[in-house]
Design a binder for this molecule. Structure first.
Ligand SMILES: NC(=O)c1ccc[n+]([C@@H]2O[C@H](COP(=O)([O-])OP(=O)(O)OC[C@H]3O[C@@H](n4cnc5c(N)ncnc54)[C@H](OP(=O)(O)O)[C@@H]3O)[C@@H](O)[C@H]2O)c1
Length: 315
């Protein structure tokens, strides 16, 4: 844990500093663990963490395995019971699987990276929408790997049916080297499109939701590369060292701190922007990729995802 992490936290202010409720995924490791620490140590909000095994150091854990849609449904029902009529002020969908072995599927029969990173979070969002407070904030962690300008293996499309069943996708990446990475970047494009779809929905306007898609940028030292083959994991240790000679490298502590501040409303999106991106530890609000800005792709992803997880299409 970075000893400087909770240095000079902003003074409590705003709606989430008092009796607020924060629900979060991916708080047991990496960037999310630092975000949870900042939320826990600098606010009086109740922090509820969905965790599959490892206990979070910060917040109350409720069982959630994103590789199972049944577990997502059970988690959402438990959250509803636990908060007993209160509303959720902040929802942070941060968990992710970096890469899954080729052909790996979840118990629901969907490609594992797409299912964990996108479908499970999509279902969780849909189930928790009725529990969101007026003025709530939703932050979904995406990645600049969704963008061909900054990705070695960017998505080829955001077609949910083909991403869920890659064996039916004539455009799928068959390379053992880039295939898994492209599954990851595609899932992160879906996270961004989901954030955009929610932000432009009538419901978001009615309920005054603030929606942010957050890219922590390349951040070495987290658990994201844990499933990579050993040689690649070694490369991932050497590359940051080389890059670090020329520019400031992102850290999990800074990414987590920024995620928390975005979620708590200490950092506000500029008008008309939703994509918050960290490069060299500086937060910017760039336009996402062309595909991420495509409204038809966005609408189709929302509807197809609803069909895949078995909820109605309208939010
Ligand atoms: N690190 C980077 O370079 C980078 C760059 C851009 C975007 N991001 C994004 O940043 C976010 C955080 O990544 P990180 O780098 O901090 O990775 P990390 O250290 O591997 O943390 C991932 C988190 O997701 C949880 N998780 C994974 N699979 C899960 C499942 N099936 N059910 C429930 N929880 C699950 C993990 O829980 P366990 O403790 O149980 O494993 C952990 O808390 C991700 O959305 C990632 O895509 C990271």
């Amino acid at each position: 844990m970075d000893p400087n992490f909770v240095r000079d936290p902003p003074a409590p202010s705003g709606p989430f500093e008092g009796q607020g409720i924060v629900v979060m995924t991916g708080a047991t490791a990496g960037i999310g663990q630092f975000a949870a620490q900042r939320i826990n140590c600098t606010t009086r909000a109740r922090l509820i963490v969905g965790a599959r095994g490892a206990q979070p150091r910060w917040g109350e854990a409720l069982k959630l395995d994103l590789a199972s849609l049944a577990s997502v449904r059970s988690f959402a029902a438990t959250v509803e019971k636990e908060i007993a009529g209160a509303k959720i002020d902040v929802l942070i969908l941060n968990a992710a699987l970096g890469t899954a072995p080729a052909g790996a599927t979840t118990e629901d029969g969907f490609e594992a990276t797409f299912a964990v990173n996108h479908l499970a979070h999509y279902l969780l969002l849909r189930l928790l929408i009725p529990l969101l407070a007026t003025g709530a904030r939703v932050v979904i962690t995406t990645s600049n790997t969704h963008d061909p300008r900054t990705s070695p293996a960017p998505p080829r499309h955001a077609d949910a049916i083909r991403l869920a069943h890659p064996e039916t996708d004539p455009e799928r990446d068959r390379s053992a080297f880039t295939g898994a990475f492209r599954a990851y970047s595609s899932s992160k494009l879906c996270n961004l499109l989901t954030a955009r779809a929610l932000a432009v929905s009538p419901l978001a306007r009615e309920r005054k939701l603030t929606v942010i898609a957050f890219n922590p940028g390349f951040t070495p030292g987290t658990g994201l590369g844990r499933n990579l083959p050993l040689p690649l994991r070694l490369v991932m240790q050497v590359v940051p060292w080389i890059i670090g000679r020329f520019r400031r490298i992102n850290t999990a502590a800074h990414g987590g701190e920024t995620l928390a501040d975005l979620a708590l409303g200490r950092i506000e999106p500029p008008e008309g922007h939703l994509y918050a991106s960290i490069v060299s530890r500086e937060l910017a609000w760039p336009d996402p990729s062309e595909l991420a800005q495509n409204d038809d792709v966005m609408a189709k992803l929302w509807v197809d995802s609803a069909r895949l997880v078995g909820v109605r299409e309208a939010p």
